[in-house]
Design a protein around this ligand. Structure first.
Ligand code: NAD
Length: 492
């Protein structure tokens, strides 16, 4: 049984600097469990002074230990040991993660922990593979392009998959030889502290991976503006990404990787050979983590003829979800992260129905489970592209449905004026699929499937306001390196 009593869990708290937990000494923030809305801890908010301590510790360790200057394979060995320890402590980590987030414990154990450990292993393998290159130049010159780490990378993570989102950012930064200061989301701050302790156990030099806790406005902003930060790696909303760009510009023009919001379409043609498979794909993409997924396939664009049958099958899958607290192994449907976010989802749905939209299923809060924040799986039909539910990233279990007649209309409906994170295309015709792949302006297009896999080698990142740069893949390691050009004249 994976079930646990949330009140039995010892929650580590504080910042993590120089290899140890550091208690806060200023303002705090109450942290609630989404499953039952109970406050279970008070989070210290790192002031600019605490942030400075963490960044300077990271810089000192980067400069004085062999993390960056020693043999890269030693760094890789430590990262692999860290991954092994994460798996070995999987149940403890999963309980901590499930306790305060929207992630059901069963999913954390089956997916999030192995995904995170393997993600670190994947990046560890790059530690000694991207040293730079010899440039083609005249034969009495030697041209070198030398890859070097930035020094201190600031990583800022969202709440929706706390461990996996953080390890996705930390893995490539550390493998490239940087030190990292992480600020987790203030809504899901604790599980990463245990991972940081395990990094020390794995042999990582204390100070190479520090954590500061707190709000975006105080702690996150101070971290991004710190002069010793060489690069910022951010995952979160487009609005925060823009604020971080401004902070970076005002404090030293730091390079950024931004993984931002989305409003991704699932374009389904009537010629799909297996409508059940498509229904599962669409349902999973909007019901997983109750739609609180950056790449949620939240806009179904379906060819008339397949529309009624497909919506029926998705609705049947949506009715079968089992909402419940994240600490119950029976739960298959996550709570919403907070009551304000629940209100926001409901507000968008209400206003869209007010504008003429129709709730095929759902459209309401779910009867409270132990005061938790739950929203019914919702399908909205009779919507148009200018309606709020189709335009805005809802970050909840709300699927809008728009029908089209021909390919041109389908591709045009799939376009979004702001976002371009991901898209799904479902068809039995490979030429049609490839035309859609070319036409859709998004960082990732999945064909006849939907969602990220453990193919870490495939980079992820958005077009347009969905982001800048890539996480995952070789590109993520390169994004944590800078390249020094050297030209040597040895003609004599
Ligand atoms: P958010 O932007 O509210 O917060 C993300 C992080 O930024 C938090 O740690 C927060 O404290 C911090 N922050 C807030 N203001 C800041 C500031 N001024 N300076 C520095 N840091 C600041 O996002 P969220 O609600 O935690 O996450 C949901 C959003 O994240 C959605 O828009 C979702 O699409 C996006 N997301 C994107 C991806 C991706 O891969 N593209 C993955 C997961 C989530």
């Amino acid at each position: 049984m994976l079930d646990f009593n949330p009140n039995d869990i010892a929650v580590p708290n504080g910042h993590f600097i120089d290899g140890t937990l550091v208690a806060g000494n200023g303002d705090t923030l109450p942290v609630r469990r989404p499953s039952d809305n109970q406050v279970y801890a008070d989070l210290p908010i790192a002031s600019a002074e605490v942030v400075d301590r963490a960044v300077m510790s990271a810089q000192r360790t980067f400069r004085t230990t062999s993390w960056a200057s020693g043999a890269p394979r030693e760094r890789a060995r430590i990262l692999r040991r860290w991954a092994d320890l994460i798996e070995a402590n999987g149940v403890e980590l999963a309980q901590l993660e499930a306790l305060g987030s929207t992630r059901p414990v069963k999913d954390v154990i089956a997916v999030d922990i192995p995904y995170s450990a393997d993600c670190i292993r994947f990046f560890a393998e790059y530690a000694d593979k991207l040293g730079g290159e010899v440039a083609a130049t005249r034969s009495d010159h030697l041209g070198l392009v030398i890859a070097e780490p930035y020094g201190v990378v600031a990583a800022i993570a969202p709440w929706n998959f706390p461990i996996t989102q953080a390890t996705t950012k930390i893995g490539p930064a550390l493998a490239a030889g940087n030190a990292v200061v992480l600020k987790p989301s203030e809504m899901t701050p604790f599980s990463m502290l245990r991972l940081a302790e395990l990094a020390i156990e794995a042999g990582m030099p204390p100070g190479i991976f520090n954590i500061v806790q707190g709000t975006g406005a105080v702690t996150g902003d101070a971290l991004c503006r710190h002069p010793a930060v060489g690069k910022i790696s951010f995952t979160g909303s487009t609005r925060t990404g823009a604020a971080i760009m401004a902070a970076s510009a005002e404090s030293g023009v730091k390079p950024l990787t931004l993984e931002l919001g989305g409003k991704s379409p699932q374009l389904v043609f009537a010629d799909v050979p297996d409508l059940d498979k498509v229904a599962r794909s669409v349902a999973n993409s909007i019901l997983g983590n109750a739609g609180q997924v950056c790449v949620a396939g939240s806009r179904l664009i379906v060819q008339r003829g397949a529309e009624a049958e497909l919506v029926d099958r998705i609705a049947a899958l949506a009715r079968a979800v089992r909402p419940g607290p994240t600490w119950s192994s029976d739960t298959s449907y996550a709570p919403i992260i907070s009551t304000p976010q629940l209100d926001r989802i409901d507000g968008i749905v209400r206003r869209t129905i007010g504008e003429g939209g129709e709730a095929v299923i759902g459209g309401r809060r779910l009867a409270a489970i132990q005061d938790g924040a739950f929203y019914e799986p919702t399908i909205l039909a009779r919507v148009s592209s200018d309606m709020e539910a189709v335009r805005e990233e809802i970050f909840g279990p709300v699927l809008t449905v728009q029908a089209f007649d021909d390919e041109e209309e389908g591709v045009s409906l799939a376009a979004h004026p702001v976002y371009g994170l991901a898209a799904g295309v479902h068809t039995g015709d490979i030429s049609k699929a490839l035309r859609a792949v070319r036409a859709i302006k998004a960082g990732t297009v999945w064909v006849n499937r939907y969602g990220r896999t453990t193919d870490y080698v495939i980079p992820t990142g958005g077009y347009n306001s969905s982001g800048i740069g890539k996480d995952l893949g070789r590109q993520a390691v390169e994004a944590n390196l800078r390249f020094k050009s050297v030209l040597i004249d040895f003609a004599g």
